[in-house]
Design a protein around this ligand. Structure first.
Ligand code: GLN
Length: 454
């Protein structure tokens, strides 16, 4: 813990931590020492973690990197952080992210961007997003592991950009209680770690049924670490034809081929599969996610939490809402709220939201058919590009950024688990990641495949 606290201060230039909690860390570390001395201490005893700012942490600022939550200190602890602390983990502080987890570059944060610890020449690179602070803090050795959340790729894409491991579990595996909501039918929390083994251990500690989240599954949590045997002989790995998207960089294709070869060398059979509705995933996601976000973000009205605008004489409640939300939300969040309310409006509901829901069902069916045909896991790239430069995307067309999520959003729509694992470097020495997609509730088997790629 002491070493991480020092590293955290030395790593300030990355902008990964937005709120440090050294007093809490030291107190938890002392308690962990006592448990270790008493014997029989749990796995995470004394392990220093960074916590994404989307998790409510009791008495500690939890702002989802938004000005609208300025000064908000929750009265309660999220289920995930409570479980981690019960298992002995230590909180170093809160980690930067895109505002309300909306973004793929960590540039929409009210705290400013995060710098990727990996560099190419003198260009400062984005760590990806929305869990950019988590990925950078782990890759930059500021903490041993971090929590992330993933609505459309926010664990897997930054993990790929920063050369670390990140897993989004099956929807319902991890409780969403106390995690500030973005799109509730897509959001899942998961660990971001330096190794597949760490991911297995942390996921085991985070997962489990929680009566406080009605979508959390009442299923036992298997021993994910025990699943890491490295034995994948006879397993069938699907390569989805539709993921060979136009404009994919040659280095991405190369790493994808290399990953398939590694799995084949370990005794798996590689087969081509078809997921025919893939091309509709991004448009469906960018209707459903903003629709749910517009509803979830309606609660930030200047009354219940955080920021309230200064009012002029004669201003009423409507002006209070308008001014508060205009000041409190950044541009990307405002864009999503407007898209969301538009696609949910009476005149357009059928044309957009309802149609997107139908597409979502077809995407889910594509995966079900592939798994029913005997495929054990599906291998794809995690991202269509390596880390891009800071500022390269943000000012341009927002759709350009949305396209970076092309490989990751499909499994949130289908509720499936997915893991991103670093598999090599490109010609500039930047990390490239592959994604494995697994059957629902089989995160152990999924991690075992990732273990072979590591
Ligand atoms: N980049 C995607 C978005 O902006 C995914 C974000 C996430 O998974 N939280 O919606």
């Amino acid at each position: 813990t002491m070493a991480c606290l020092t590293a955290m201060d030395a790593g300030d230039t990355l902008g990964a931590f937005v709120h440090k909690t050294p007093e809490i860390a030291l107190e938890q570390a002392r308690a962990a020492d006592a448990r270790l001395q008493a014997g029989g201490a749990p796995d995470l005893c004394g392990i220093p973690l960074g916590i994404k700012d989307l998790f409510c942490t009791k008495g500690v600022p939890s702002q989802a990197a938004s000005n609208i939550l300025a000064g908000f200190k929750p009265e309660y602890e999220s289920t995930v952080t409570a479980k981690l602390f019960d298992a002995g983990a230590v909180m170093l502080g809160k980690l930067n992210m895109d505002e309300f987890a909306m973004g793929s570059s960590n540039e929409s944060s009210c705290y400013g961007p995060v710098v990727n610890p990996w560099r190419s020449d003198d260009r400062e690179l984005s760590p990806g997003g929305s869990s950019g602070g988590s990925a950078a803090a782990v890759a930059g050795d500021l903490c041993l592991a971090a929590t992330g959340t993933d609505t459309g790729g926010s664990i897997r894409q930054p993990a790929a950009f920063c050369g670390i491991v990140g897993i989004k579990p099956t929807y319902g595996r991890v409780s969403r209680w106390g995690i500030i909501a973005y799109a509730s039918s897509l959001d899942q929390a998961g660990p971001m770690t330096k190794s597949v083994r760490d991911a297995a251990i942390l996921l085991g500690a985070m997962a489990g049924h929680d009566p406080k989240d009605s979508t959390s599954a009442d299923l036992p949590v298997p021993d994910f670490e025990a699943a890491l045997t490295g034995d994948i002989r006879g397993k069938k790995i699907g390569i989805p034809r539709e993921y060979r998207v136009a404009g994919m960089r040659p280095e991405i294709q190369k790493i994808w081929d290399k990953g398939a070869e590694m799995l084949r060398d370990a005794g798996a059979e590689i087969v081509e599969v078809s997921l025919p509705h893939t091309k509709y995933a991004l448009p469906a996601y960018y209707v459903i996610a903003p629709a749910e976000a517009s509803s979830n973000l309606a609660r930030y009205d200047g009354v219940r939490y955080g920021h309230r605008a200064k009012l002029a004489a004669g201003d009423g409640i409507t002006e209070m809402y308008e001014k508060t939300r205009a000041e409190g939300f950044g541009a990307e969040v405002q864009r999503r709220v407007m898209i969301g309310t538009y696609v949910l409006s009476a005149g357009f509901y059928d044309a957009y939201y309802n149609r997107a829901r139908k597409v979502r069902a077809l995407i889910k069916r594509d995966f079900e058919q592939a798994f029913a045909a005997g495929v054990d896991a599906i291998l794809t790239p995690a991202t269509p590009t390596p880390a891009f430069g800071l500022g390269e995307m943000s000012s341009a067309d927002p759709v350009e950024m949305y396209l970076n999520d092309v490989f990751t959003v499909t499994l949130n729509l289908a509720g499936l688990p997915g893991v991103s694992v670093p598999v090599g470097l490109d010609a500039d020495g930047l990390p490239l990641g592959l994604q494995l997609i697994g059957r629902p509730w089989e995160e152990g088997e999924l991690l075992n495949h990732a273990y072979v790629l590591e």
